[in-house]
Design a protein around this ligand. Structure first.
Ligand code: 0O2
Length: 202
């Protein structure tokens, strides 16, 4: 690629715009004095080295990156509870600025590594000086606990390039299971508390 900076420019635009828009959802819930299903939103443009590594791994030709690499612009929505993930997904499905192409539910179909998250691939239109440009982007929706696991596992995995001794792979899967149990327990506590409060009001 001759000019990565120009190539990546519209992806930076997508990430910047969507960070504001998605944080706006949280702001609207707060404005209404309602609990927000969104705790926070992050976003990043995939680093060039990571793009190159994925091109090699997936045999993606330079001329096909925009069509074949869907996560150059990536957003993450972090939720307090598992059920919030689906509330957020429904909110995203209603939006007219995202044309959703694919959804992958790794929350209830976790990856072999133990990874859980809900992935949405969509088309988004950025308005450039040469007119509108439709590009692919990805949103990952996950709980705080899932984010803890994925962030820490990614940082270890990055250094070891996925070559974990099997026993450590198992231990990481075990941590992922424990993390999911924490999520389930928090949801259960929330439900019990709601029942308790309902009874008090009767
Ligand atoms: P980064 O740094 O987040 O960009 P592939 O992209 O080929 O690996 P696929 O099926 O196209 O896989 O996409 P998938 O699995 O829907 O999403 C890949 C992204 O999900 C990864 O992007 C991670 O963000 C996240 N992910 C998937 N599996 C794992 C996992 O086992 N551990 C962690 N920590 N994250 C995972 P990148 O490009 O790997 O990384």
């Amino acid at each position: 690629m001759e000019d990565w900076k120009s190539f990546l420019f519209p992806y930076h635009q997508i990430v910047d715009e969507l960070k504001i828009k998605l944080r706006g959802i949280r702001a609207e819930f707060m404005e209404l004095n309602q609990r927000s299903p969104i705790e926070f939103v992050t976003g990043r443009v995939k680093p060039i080295d990571s793009i190159k590594e994925k091109m090699q791994r997936r045999y993606i030709d330079e001329s096909r990156i925009r069509q074949d690499m869907e996560d150059i612009a990536g957003l993450r929505i972090i939720c307090p509870f598992i059920e919030d993930i689906y509330t957020v997904v429904n909110l995203l499905r209603q939006r007219s600025d995202l044309n959703i192409l694919e959804e992958r539910d790794y929350v209830h179909n976790e990856k072999a590594s133990g990874y859980r998250s809900y992935h949405i691939v969509f088309e988004y239109t950025v308005q450039g000086i040469d007119g509108p440009m439709v590009l692919l982007a990805e949103i990952q929706v996950r709980t705080l606990a899932m984010n803890f696991w994925a962030t820490v596992e990614h940082s270890i995995n990055y250094k070891h390039q996925g070559n974990f001794p099997e026993v450590l792979e198992k231990r990481l899967q075990h941590v992922a299971d424990t993390t999911y149990k924490l999520d389930e327990e928090m949801s259960s506590i929330k439900k019990e508390l709601a029942k308790y409060q309902d009874n008090k009001e009767d």
